[in-house]
Design a binder for this molecule. Structure first.
Ligand SMILES: C[S@@+](CC[C@H](N)C(=O)[O-])C[C@H]1O[C@@H](n2cnc3c(N)ncnc32)[C@H](O)[C@@H]1O
Ligand SMILES: [Zn+2]
Length: 316
């Protein structure tokens, strides 16, 4: 705890040169609150990363009862990652990777996957209650954005990513959603507060998933199927192997397995921009030789297979 306090900025003290603006560094407020003209703070599903008490949204700040205060950045996201929890200066995906991903995704190449996720949510909650939906490792926010378009209702979308560049992009684009820089291994989210937890190609802690989901809550975990982008791997590797698909019945303590959904379709990338965009999104691209990368980047088009698996689990 001492380390945390030594690294945060005290509200009311002058900023050191180099201290960043709102949203960049968590702020621990030590000043008494001004109650004049106070508007009641709104409760939220977020919890304080310092003391784990609930965070209320008070104008442009998130604040717990111990007055740990986290200001929203101008782009609309909040930094809930304490400095002592960072393992590098800028963890997570870089701005360049995220921009490439946004251009690629917004051309709709993975829209069938997003639409399947929306359909699974609708089927699981047929009475259409208002849902708290957490997108863990949401990147620049494409999947939540598309799912929100498909679901009727006033659902609350929350997105978490360890990349600040991701949260900047997501916050700017999706104004009605709440985004926080944080780790999926220590979600700054209250116990039993989430109806749907989306995990699309991102790492998470299973224990955290089980902790934050409400009883009956839905966990949708997207991972690659055997044939996912195999044609691309043929171009990259001398001896490409199919993906190993996680066991059919994924187990997570406290959750029951429901089904493994398959989203598999032929994917036509009609120009070299799309090919390059996809290449830059794939982890194996970065391990390819410079020659193989260059050869792929010259391709005027590419036909391949998108092959996703969605493991569907429910909190007991
Ligand atoms: C392959 S991308 C997927 C992004 C998004 N779900 C999508 O499919 O467009 C993985 C994301 O996980 C984020 N990430 C990596 N480690 C993380 C962690 N420990 N906690 C939260 N996010 C993390 C990265 O910054 C990146 O945005
Ligand atoms: Zn606190």
């Amino acid at each position: 705890m001492k380390d945390v306090w030594s690294q945060v900025r005290l509200k009311g003290k002058p900023e050191r040169k180099g201290d960043s603006a709102e949203g960049e560094v968590p702020v621990v407020s030590s000043v008494p609150e001004d109650k004049s003209d106070a508007i009641a703070p709104e409760p939220s599903c977020w919890r304080c990363p310092v003391c784990k008490e609930p965070l209320n949204i008070d104008g442009r700040s998130f604040r717990c009862k111990n007055r740990h205060t986290f200001d929203k950045a101008k782009e609309g996201y909040t930094n809930l990652l304490l400095p002592n929890k960072k393992n590098s200066a800028e963890p997570g995906d870089s701005k360049a990777m995220l921009l490439g991903r946004r251009v690629y995704l917004e051309r709709g190449f993975y829209a069938p996957l997003a639409d399947k996720l929306a359909e699974l949510i609708k089927q699981s909650f047929p009475d259409n209650p208002v849902l708290n939906i957490l997108d863990a490792g949401c990147g620049e926010g494409y999947y939540s954005g598309r799912i929100a378009e498909q679901l009727a209702g006033e659902h609350q979308f929350m997105g978490i990513d360890i990349s600040r560049a991701a949260m900047r992009m997501a916050g700017k684009r999706y104004k009605d959603m709440q985004f926080a820089v944080a780790s999926n291994y220590e979600l700054p989210v209250a116990d039993h507060s989430v109806d749907v937890l989306l995990r699309v190609f991102a790492p998470v802690s299973d224990a955290e998933v089980a902790r934050v989901l409400k009883p009956g809550g839905l966990y949708l975990w997207v991972h690659p199927g055997e044939q996912h982008l195999f044609e691309l791997r043929v171009l990259i590797y001398d001896q490409p192997q199919p993906h190993t698909v996680a066991d059919d019945k994924t187990t997570v303590d406290g959750l029951v397995w429901q089904s493994m959904e398959v989203v598999s379709y032929p994917l036509h990338l009609p120009d070299s921009e799309a090919v390059k965009g996809l290449l830059a999104m794939t982890p194996y691209y970065w391990s390819a030789s410079r020659e193989k990368q260059a050869a792929c980047e010259c391709l005027p088009e590419l036909d391949l297979r998108a092959d996703f698996r969605v493991s569907v689990l429910r909190k007991v």
